[in-house]
Write a protein that binds this ligand. Sequence first.
Ligand SMILES: Cc1cc2nc3c(=O)[nH]c(=O)nc-3n(C[C@H](O)[C@H](O)[C@H](O)COP(=O)(O)OP(=O)(O)OC[C@H]3O[C@@H](n4cnc5c(N)ncnc54)[C@H](O)[C@@H]3O)c2cc1C
Length: 547
Amino acid sequence: MQKQLSLKVKPQEANDTSILIDYIATETGKSKASISGFYKLKQSIDARSARQIWINITLLAFIDEPFSNRPLDVIHFKEVTHSSKQVIIVGAGPAGLFAALQLLELGIKPIVFERGKEVRARRRDLAVLNKEGIINPESNYCFGEGGAGTYSDGKLYTRSNKRGNINRILNLFVQFGAEEKILYEAHPHIGTNKLPDIITAMREAIIGYGGAILFEQKVTDLLLKDSSIIGVKTANGVTHHADAVILATGHSARDIFELLHEKQILIEAKPFALGVRIEHPQALIDSIQYNLPTSTSLQRGEFLPPASYSLVEQVNGRGVFSFCMCPGGIIAPAATAANELVVNGWSPSKRNNPYSNSGMVVTVDEKDAMDYFKKQAAKRLPLTETTPFEAKGQRSTDNPLLLLQFQEAIEQRCYELGGGKFVAPAQRMEDFCVGKVSTNFPTCSYVPGIKATNLGEALPPFIQKTLQMGFKAFGKKMKGYYTNEAIVVATESRTSSPVRIPRDHDSLQHPQIKNLYPCGEGAGYAGGIVSAAMDGERVALMISGTL
Ligand SMILES: Cc1cc2nc3c(=O)[nH]c(=O)nc-3n(C[C@H](O)[C@H](O)[C@H](O)COP(=O)(O)OP(=O)(O)OC[C@H]3O[C@@H](n4cnc5c(N)ncnc54)[C@H](O)[C@@H]3O)c2cc1C
């Protein structure tokens, strides 16, 4: 007999097989000897009670019958070397890779062009960026094999459950080497140290079945005939032809947005969010979330994971929210060019760093960007012949790159304020809220270093003020969150794409260009690893005619 049971256990019991078997025996009235095994279906933490933290587990127990392992839906791929249909995929991020795997399953040959390097070589560029403050604009935290998702926290949680089959994506991650626990944990994550092997296994499958992944091959042009795309041109001047092109270049490929605009291929400005990354001591976040006595030493014990949080508030009609929270994580320099400062966060699978970081961002729309540029222009008067167009506040509201230019302007201002080499401007949280330059800092995980500044010199007032009010409001929701022990680091600006590449709702093709499939986060159809992967699969299914 197989029986599904829901248990509420203490943290130290949750991974102890013999204790769980005791529980199963008690719940079912069967002897321990009759229970051949179990596997978990769901697991989540309930920390609402101040007295006891509980772990809720749903499991499938095997009683009076042999145990059988969790059935994994293994996906089988087809040999595509001689496939009559070929699809070019631009970008080897989650959208591009999962599109390629889906095409393989359907017997269509994927040819992936990736501007960055393969995952191991990419790691060396990240080391140089962190230690020497030198960026490779083609190989960094956003560009390279696996895309922005590779050297990340690898959180696999998404709310976009209507956009595709989340379980299928998680199963595929397990098929390529992720731990099975991502299939039952409420907030699964993989970790920076484990993702590269998984991405490598995906690449080996794509190549092994006859597809191709070409590294250090930046796509610089789209080959159009009449109103169809017939291929792409790469930076070395070589042209490549295919039946369809999936454009999965992510939110940081500004040159692709510019190329589309230049070629008069329709793109649209898309509201996004911008702000800062906050770093607290992990022990403080643990003490708040797990109701522990405040302490700077780690107190949650070995059975609970480092605590996380998710915060959202409306301040004067504007949203401010936490984004991509990394418990036990590190703040990373996530820029893609030499003169811009962008931060994001990652964590290893154990999440065992003593820091907790999270993006704290404010929604931004076109009107905000227009107002910002107008104020900048007013400050810089008198204007001269050589004053850049945008500094004169002459942007029109139908400029699809307006929000991208706003994002870029803030990033560049933050770089200047940090003084170069990716040193990030920063303030303690309470100092930030009163506009005081901090005199010192607690240890910060951001390797290139932080510099005490007034972030109001970089962030537009509407963002600064909304964050200030947001932090205070969050401090009421989470007692202890609003503290000068927290560091505010600028700027968290690559939260989602500031541009949308439109596509037809039914065919998923660009409305003007036949066989061009905008895909993933950069095109505006995903926000995170899993949703980008699902979008990649969706587009591949559409191309094969099976959606
Ligand atoms: C540090 C960090 C941590 C993150 N943590 C998480 C997390 O824990 N969980 C989560 O869900 N999300 C996380 N994200 C966001 C997540 O990585 C993205 O949402 C996701 O990767 C988007 O997938 P994508 O395939 O659409 O685009 P991307 O991952 O951005 O991939 C686009 C790819 O296209 C390539 N490319 C761009 N232009 C060209 C060109 N012209 N020619 C050829 N190739 C090109 C790029 O090099 C890149 O590899 C994190 C991001 C960062 C930077």
